[in-house]
Every structure is written in structure tokens, then in C-alpha cells.
Design a protein around this ligand. Structure first.
Ligand code: NAP
Length: 307
């Protein structure tokens, strides 16, 4: 968007509410709108994080998707809503609570929902919960834009940076599947562009990166950037269940992720979407660029202890 375009948008007013403000996409979206001096409110789940953001000059509030009162407070004066909720069995009910609060608030003119890749197929549990929520939004009568990102490149930071740093390995029950991983920063840029425009209503966009990679190729790319060998270990589903449980993840999440891995192994995660290019006017971020930008997260900070 041109500088004049941003200026016009800024003058349009219209407060934006960003949920999941300390999450993957939310953090990047807050950063982007803050740097553009756009009028927005950041909704945190944690009181401490909201207080920290407030101290940094960001209009912040605390919400709990199970607490309609908190959602009503957060929606006051809102014209646009960025809706993101953790994947879980409660997602349809939680997001319905947010949609109902948006209806009660009266002035909400657009909901931009962070959905998931291939939600429309309803072929796996996470797709089904997201599609159920997309339908709730569609039936609400509020104009919507569904963003359907593929698996995030940043998952390698959030879930695998520790074993990569310590042992040079990441473990996934991914077999030799290929996935068109997308950079969270691109998802946030797309969300910002969509929130700040009026011409992408009642549409859904699949969001992918520029290439479909196997986990072996990901390991090679990380090795090249880090200058040391990083390996991918394909693990049995049962081992993934145990690892998830040992990190405090629910059995619902472990099963849903295994289902998603199987969907990807069947070849459904490798398609490339042109939406990032079309909406941003520039190609999506490559995995090589992502790895270079996040190199600090993967670098061993202390000498590894040999066995
Ligand atoms: N990760 C991926 O690769 C990926 C790809 C495509 C789509 N998605 C979808 O994106 C969504 C978000 O996933 P994510 O992994 O990126 O998570 P995330 O946005 O990084 O984290 C979820 C956010 O929701 C907040 N939250 C948690 N419980 C809440 C509650 N009861 N009320 C209000 N806010 C609450 C969390 O705050 P606290 O941290 O303070 O609790 C956090 O900011 C999921 O629905 C997922 O299916 C994820």
C-alpha cells in the first residue's frame, strides 16, 4: 500500500481489536499496527502482559473467551476484529462467544479470522473446529475475511529450538511429507492489509510460503544457515504422543496434530497459494530468509555436554 494509502486508512479511524495479542500472529500484528500508528486495542489473556503493553503505550485489555463480560468490554467502540483462538475442542464455542460480543457491540464491520489451511475440507479435526467457527462468523451477518495459513515456519522456533540448540535434531512424525510452511510475519502483514482495507470482504484466503519442503530439506536449510549439522528424526505417532504429554500438551492436541500430520503425509500440505503475493504485492518469505532472521533462536548458547 502506498504512503497515501496508509494516510487515507489512518484518517478513516475505526478501532481494531487484536485478540491473541501475545501469540504468533498477534505479536507481529501489534508490532505492525503500532509502527504504522494505527488506532488499535490489543487483547491479552494475561493481566501481566496487558499491563506491560499498556506501559509501552499500547491500548490494552484483558479477555477470556469463556468470559462474555470481558469480551463485551474489549469490543466497546470496535469496528474491526482480528480473531485468533488456540486450537482446542473449545475453539468453536470460544470464538462464538467473541462473535456474539461483536454482534452485541453493534459497530463491528469486519471480522478477520485466523483459521487453518484447508479448513473448507473439514478433513481433519483442526479443520473441522475452524470451519465450524467460520460458519458462525458467516451466519452472524458481519462481513468477514478468513485467513487459512499453512503450518508456521516459526513452529520450528517455538517447539524445536531447544532440541536443535542442544542436540542438533528435531523430531516429528512427518515421514517424508512436504509442506508449504508460511512465515507468521507474512500472515500478520496480510491480516494488517486486510484489516486496513474495505475490499476483501466475505472472502477466504489460503496462505502458504513460496515452496513445499520436506522436513529433511528443512534440516538441510537450517544446517546451511547455522553452519552445523541439524537432523530430522521421523518418530512414530506414539512417541509424539508421549513427547506432547511430557511437555504438558493435552491428548486432544496430540491426536489432532497426528491427524494433521497424516493429512500432510497424504500430500495435502504441499500446494502453493498466490494469496500472499496478491495481497501484499510481494512474494512470501522463503524458509532460507526465515532461518537467517531467526538464527539467534537456533544457535547453541552454551557448550553442549557430551554423553
Ligand atoms: N501454529 C501453526 O502452525 C498454525 C498454523 C495455521 C493456523 N493456526 C491456528 O492459529 C490459531 C492460534 O494458534 P497459534 O499456535 O498461533 O497460537 P497463538 O496465537 O500463538 O496463541 C494463542 C493466543 O490465544 C491466547 N489465549 C489462550 N487462551 C485464551 C482464552 N481463554 N481467552 C483469550 N485468549 C486466549 C493466548 O494468550 P496466552 O498465551 O497469554 O494464554 C495466545 O495469545 C489456532 O487456532 C491454530 O489452529 C496455527
Amino acid at each position: 500500500m502506498s504512503i497515501l494509502g496508509w494516510y487515507v486508512v489512518c484518517c478513516m479511524g475505526g478501532m481494531i481489536l487484536i485478540t491473541g495479542a501475545n501469540g504468533n500472529v498477534g505479536t507481529e500484528l501489534v508490532r505492525r499496527l503500532h509502527s504504522l500508528r494505527i488506532d488499535f486495542r490489543a487483547a491479552y489473556h494475561s493481566t501481566e502482559r496487558a499491563a506491560r503493553a499498556r506501559a509501552a503505550g499500547i491500548d490494552s485489555t484483558v479477555i477470556d473467551y469463556a468470559d462474555s463480560g470481558s469480551l463485551d468490554d474489549a469490543m466497546r467502540g470496535i469496528e474491526k476484529l482480528f480473531l485468533v483462538c488456540p486450537a482446542g475442542p473449545d475453539l468453536p464455542a470460544y470464538e462464538a462467544n467473541a462473535v456474539n460480543a461483536a454482534i452485541r457491540a453493534g459497530g463491528v464491520k469486519q471480522i478477520v479470522k485466523c483459521s487453518v489451511w484447508d479448513a473448507e475440507t473439514e478433513a481433519f479435526t483442526i479443520a473441522r473446529i475452524h470451519r465450524q467457527s467460520e460458519k458462525t462468523i458467516e451466519y452472524s451477518g458481519i462481513p468477514f475475511t478468513h485467513l487459512r495459513p499453512n503450518s508456521y515456519m516459526q513452529n520450528f522456533v517455538n517447539y524445536f529450538a531447544d532440541p536443535i540448540r542442544s542436540y542438533g535434531v528435531f523430531q516429528i512424525p512427518g515421514r517424508d511429507s512436504r509442506c508449504s510452511f508460511v512465515d507468521v510475519r507474512d500472515v500478520a502483514r496480510v491480516a494488517a492489509t486486510v484489516l486496513l482495507s474495505t475490499d476483501r470482504l466475505d472472502r477466504a484466503y489460503a496462505l502458504s510460503g513460496p515452496e513445499a519442503l520436506t522436513y529433511g530439506q528443512v534440516a538441510l536449510k537450517l544446517s546451511n544457515v547455522l553452519g552445523r549439522k541439524i537432523s530430522y528424526r521421523d518418530i512414530p505417532d506414539e512417541e509424539f504422543r508421549n513427547v506432547t504429554a511430557s511437555h504438558g500438551g493435552s491428548s486432544w492436541l496430540a491426536d489432532a496434530m497426528i491427524e494433521l500430520y497424516h493429512y500432510t503425509i497424504a500430500g495435502h500440505g504441499a500446494d502453493l497459494s498466490s494469496s500472499v503475493q496478491e495481497i501484499l504485492g510481494q512474494p512470501p518469505t522463503s524458509f532460507d530468509q526465515f532461518a537467517r532472521d531467526y538464527i539467534g533462536a537456533f544457535r547453541a548458547t552454551k557448550p553442549r555436554v557430551s554423553a
